[in-house]
Design a binder for this molecule. Structure first.
Ligand code: NAP
Length: 493
């Protein structure tokens, strides 16, 4: 007989840890968290490249029920956030549920026994009544298919598999990509490298970062008077809400707010870079917010160093010892850094094969119809399944806001099951369609529909061109929906 659990959670990042804490609150203890890595923390375990910090203030980028008075800075380092994940997992006794080095391949709903059969890479099959996938959004690293990349004879490193023993001193480095990761890494490499050539395909909006170091006194205050930290959180939450609400969701009403942010980035470039041509190349040609913008006080400055070159004509091919750009220029390099991000849609929606009722394959169904999930968690024909990394799941710019409404959603749903003595739930097709219509309508007045996003190459858009990643509502609205959705939206038996 396969091991039988009440629930299986796939992924031991902040999503999986949050789901585990919620299950415990609901009285479940017989559940397993499966993770392909050998430690917890998800993206914050996997990513450890130099310069890694969070780009959302950590007062906001943390579980609402677990403020951390010990943050060193407003924008904490990756190592601090990984430590926070460890601390929370230990405090809530989550670690003993985790099976590390366990890659989940597929999950299939067994209609006869009403359980999920979950197959892992070593061929083992586990069974669970409930399946929760918390596989994250940015978890499948993308390696670009550039002609000749296989012939490169130097060192190749993807930022999501950083080699901590690598010393950039006096190296000749080429870095592909200028996303949020590269924005953090480039200044670090520029400091030590003999020369650094940055291959930019699409320019990114960068705005100044107003970081604060918390003094020992401030940390003591946060610990003794938690309200003081809550107040700071309320402020940072508010700022991020306004950015998303006005800049993206209600773009039709507040286009000026969005333009002001683009202007701030422009002023920042002007203040730092004297070379007009360089400024032009670093200037995005799409509206602010179409693609995830980022904060940095060092990125633009790095390009003013004599050892840093921006190459924006595109890559023609890669040779054994260098990169040849479309303008014919060859950079001889010994290290190729791939800051090329993650395959969000193809490899991640869903991250494992999921087969529901009547043999419905989730990945195929999403592609044959539209990317959709009721409140970013539930899909019809997939009983007892919550997909936390779904279309319309991501709220604003802060993962923890998504986690908060998802935990509330679980609370309401499992609370009802318990009350009725029921064991099975499935979202109705009617509720799912209604929700999809609502999302489509809300997106109609957003930046993604009305703004100039065509050239942004943004992962907010799925391969069909629909912006189905972000849930187009405020945190407040999503939390209210998660606590009040009609329970009749689910078949419960
Ligand atoms: P990304 O934003 O997807 O950026 C990837 C970069 O690689 C882009 O500049 C992309 O160019 C370029 N690229 C990909 N394939 C290419 C190719 N074949 N040829 C040339 N260029 C290519 O990935 P990321 O920088 O790793 O960031 C991903 C997300 O992680 C961020 O948006 C952010 O949400 C998150 N992140 C967060 C933090 C944090 O502090 N919280 C830090 C880092 C990252 P195009 O734009 O033209 O596609």
């Amino acid at each position: 007989m396969p091991t039988q659990y009440d629930a299986i959670i796939v992924g031991a990042g902040f999503g999986g840890i949050g789901a585990a804490i919620e299950l415990k609150r609901l009285g479940f203890d017989n559940f397993a968290i499966l993770d392909r890595e050998d430690d917890l923390g998800g993206t914050w375990y996997v990513n450890h490249y130099p310069g890694l910090t969070v780009d959302v203030p950590t007062t906001t980028y943390s579980y609402f029920f677990e403020p951390n008075p010990n943050w060193d800075r407003l924008f904490s380092t990756g190592a601090e956030i990984k430590q926070y994940a460890d601390n929370v997992a230990d405090k809530y006794d989550v670690r003993r549920h985790i099976r590390f080095n366990t890659t989940v391949e597929s999950a299939r709903w067994d209609e006869e026994d009403n359980v999920w059969r979950v197959t892992v890479a070593d061929g083992d099959t586990l069974a669970a009544r409930y399946l929760i996938t918390a596989t994250g959004f940015l978890s499948q690293p993308r390696t670009p298919e550039i002609p000749g990349i296989d012939t490169f004879e130097g060192k190749i490193v993807h930022t999501a598999a950083w080699d901590d023993s690598y010393d950039a001193t006096n190296r000749k480095i080429g870095i592909i990509g200028t996303g949020a990761t590269a924005v953090q890494l480039i200044p670090e490499l520029a400091r030590d490298a003999a020369d650094l050539t940055v291959y930019q395909r699409t320019a990114i909006y960068v705005v100044p970062k107003f970081d604060i170091k918390f003094s020992a006194r401030a940390k003591r205050l946060f610990a003794r008077v938690p309200l003081s930290q809550r107040i700071i959180r309320a402020v940072t939450d508010f700022v991020y809400e306004v950015l998303v609400d006005w800049g993206i969701l209600h773009y039709s009403r507040f286009p000026l707010g969005n333009r002001a942010a683009a202007y701030l980035s422009k002023v920042w470039r002007f203040a730092v870079i004297r070379d007009k041509e360089l400024r032009r190349k670093l200037t995005p040609d799409y509206a602010f917010g179409c693609k995830r913008p980022t904060f940095s006080n060092k990125f633009y400055r790095a390009f003013t160093r004599p050892n840093v070159y921006l190459q924006s004509s595109g890559i023609d091919h890669i040779e054994a010892d260098g990169i040849v750009a479309n303008d014919g220029t060859k950079s001889v390099i010994d290290t190729l850094v791939l800051a090329t991000g993650f395959d969000l849609w193809e490899a991640n929606f869903p991250a494992i094969e999921v087969i529901g009722r009547d043999g419905r394959n989730l990945g195929k169904w999403w592609r044959e119809t539209r990317f959709q999930a009721y409140q970013g968690v539930s899909v019809p024909y997939f009983p007892n399944f919550l997909s936390l990394a779904s279309p319309y799941a991501f709220l604003g710019l802060n993962f923890f806001n998504s986690m908060e409404y998802q935990m509330r959603h679980m609370d309401r749903l499992f609370g009802e099951l318990k009350q009725r003595g029921a064991t099975t739930f499935e979202i109705t097709e009617e509720a799912n369609s209604r929700y999809l219509d609502e999302m489509t309508e809300l997106l109609g007045t957003s930046l993604f529909t009305l703004g100039n996003c065509a050239t942004a190459r943004s992962y907010y858009f799925n391969p069909s061109g629909e912006a189905t990643l972000l849930r187009p509502m405020t945190t407040h609205e999503a939390l209210r929906e998660a606590s009040t959705y009609p329970l009749s939206d689910y078949h419960i038996s």
